[in-house]
Design a protein around this ligand. Structure first.
Ligand code: DLL
Length: 464
């Protein structure tokens, strides 16, 4: 049934990606990975979106009970959706929906057709899992290949991927994009900085893919080891967490490269939902696969271009895990202004904040509620504060927890043991190491309104 997408997909000949990409008689020599898509007229993009949305809505209505029920409740039938102008009639999807439907509730195809699963970091009881058919992976690879080419990449490059591999989408996403492009791919995964630098110098890595904080750390380590003139890097593709322009300039200067942003989320596929081009001002959203809206997070009202609000995506080509109007909680601004790179797809700003309380610490998504559940499970009251700092480009998370009155009289050994137990509980829940300090009762300032649970001292989001 999903064959239609394959026939109508506008894509370059898969076998020709080792060759020059020729468009309109001009050899772009890799300026775009899929020029006919990336530079299509906005009318053409709208037409693809209309056609694909109509099919997608029917697909989810026929195959996903939750969407069928939601649409029935709203009195919307698939036939009512004739194109993007009807998008607002469809229900939103939230992360809670994904948790509630864990694991198979939102699967829109038979499990036999799926070839891959990814999952978001964080381990609150029910995780968020996303499924992919081979076709979904192919389209995701295309998106990441577009990002690599936009960063100046070609089949001649050595793409050093040190995003984590595994359930996290970072490693597999950029890896797939690099393969699709025909570049030489170094599947390094994260960690082991000495080995990263050794491979980078021995094998002449030219494009670095990792989180911006790891890129900054690598840059420092390379300089410390006196290896700066041994590396051949020319570009970096950094994302998965917020980073500032200052950080970009710092990394660019230290490594002598151009640093490009890349955005994405597991629920929608992974990295490559949008990516930066040579202008380095905003990320082009792959609109042939994802329809983007910006809404007022409080009212759900759709906002016009240029207004700041919560980013919402509808995936229009996904087979296995298609989401309608998924609320990302990322605060952004969209712009259809002409871009000097020639790409026509709408641009989003870097995320300017979140409309929920999710933190990204050491690349891992952390919700204060996860921390709270560990504390409560170990018999503490919910009087705590989370302090996040960044030193030498490395994140540190500290949780201050109030003792009960009875605990105050315990010995230092007993309290140490308590702290250790909390550290290990948090490691199990979050997957990262958090420092824990037990503090005397009533130390943590009580709030008259919403409790201030998180003090994030990193200032990651620029004020716009
Ligand atoms: O972080 C996917 C990814 C991997 C993107 C590698 C880019 C590079 P999740 O773990 O599901 O997926 O986290 C998604 O991370 O909603 C944003 O809040 C944040 N995020 C992702 N990219 C950026 C970015 C991956 N470039 C969540 N700038 C998203 C700021 C980002 N925040």
């Amino acid at each position: 049934m999903r064959k239609e997408y394959r026939e109508e997909d506008v894509s370059v000949d898969r076998n020709s990606t080792k060759n020059k990409i020729v468009y309109g008689g001009t050899a772009f020599m890799g300026k775009y990975f899929q020029p006919e898509i990336e530079t299509a007229s906005q009318d053409q993009i709208r037409q693809w979106q209309n056609e694909r949305l109509v099919k997608q809505v029917k697909h989810v209505y026929d195959n996903v009970k939750m969407y069928r029920e939601r649409m029935d409740e709203l009195g919307v039938k698939p036939e009512d959706i004739k194109g993007v102008e009807d998008l607002h009639k469809l229900p939103f999807t939230t992360k809670d929906d994904l948790r509630d439907q864990y694991p198979y509730g939102l699967l829109a195809t038979s499990l036999d057709n799926c070839v891959r699963i990814h999952s978001t970091s964080g381990t609150t009881g029910r995780r968020v899992v996303a499924f992919y058919t081979q076709h979904d992976l192919d389209l995701w690879d295309d998106c990441c290949a577009r990002a690599i080419v936009a960063a100046g990449g070609s089949e001649k490059d050595v793409v050093h991927v040190c995003y984590g591999y595994g359930l996290f989408t970072g490693g597999s996403g950029l890896h797939g994009g690099s393969h699709r492009l025909g570049a030489l791919t170094l599947p390094m995964s994260s960690g082991n900085t000495d080995r990263q630098i050794q491979f980078m110098t021995d094998l002449g890595s030219t494009i670095l893919c990792c989180t911006p904080s790891y890129a900054a750390y690598l840059a420092e380590s390379i300089i410390e080891r006196g290896m700066r003139d041994k590396i051949k890097l020319k570009a970096g593709i950094f994302g998965a967490e917020a980073w500032t322009e200052e950080m970009r300039h710092d990394i660019e200067k230290k490594l002598g490269i151009k640093a490009y942003d890349i955005y994405g989320l597991t629920e929608i596929s992974g990295p490559g939902v949008s990516f930066e081009c040579e202008e380095q001002s905003g990320m082009h959203i792959n609109e042939d696969h994802f329809i983007a809206e910006v809404i007022d997070p409080k009212t759900g009202e759709v906002l016009p271009d240029g207004e700041k609000g919560e980013l919402v995506f509808t995936s229009i080509t996904k087979e296995a895990f298609p989401l309608l109007r998924y609320r990302t909680r990322d605060i952004c601004i969209l712009s259809h202004k002409k871009c000097s790179c020639g790409r026509t797809h709408v641009k989003m700003t870097k995320p300017l904040g979140r409309s929920d309380d999710m933190l990204i610490v050491k690349g891992v998504n952390v919700f204060p509620s996860q921390i709270e559940s560990v504390l409560l499970n170990q018999g503490y009251d919910p009087n705590y504060q989370i302090v996040v700092t960044r030193k030498n480009n490395s994140d540190n998370i500290k949780v201050q927890v109030e003792m009960s009155d009875a605990m105050v009289s315990e010995s230092a050994d007993q309290l140490n043991a308590r702290e250790k137990k909390l550290v290990s509980g948090l490691k199990g829940m979050l997957g990262i190491l958090a420092e824990v300090n037990l503090v005397v009762p009533k130390t943590i300032t009580r709030s008259e309104g919403k409790a201030v649970r998180v003090i994030d001292m990193r200032n990651l989001y620029e004020n716009k």
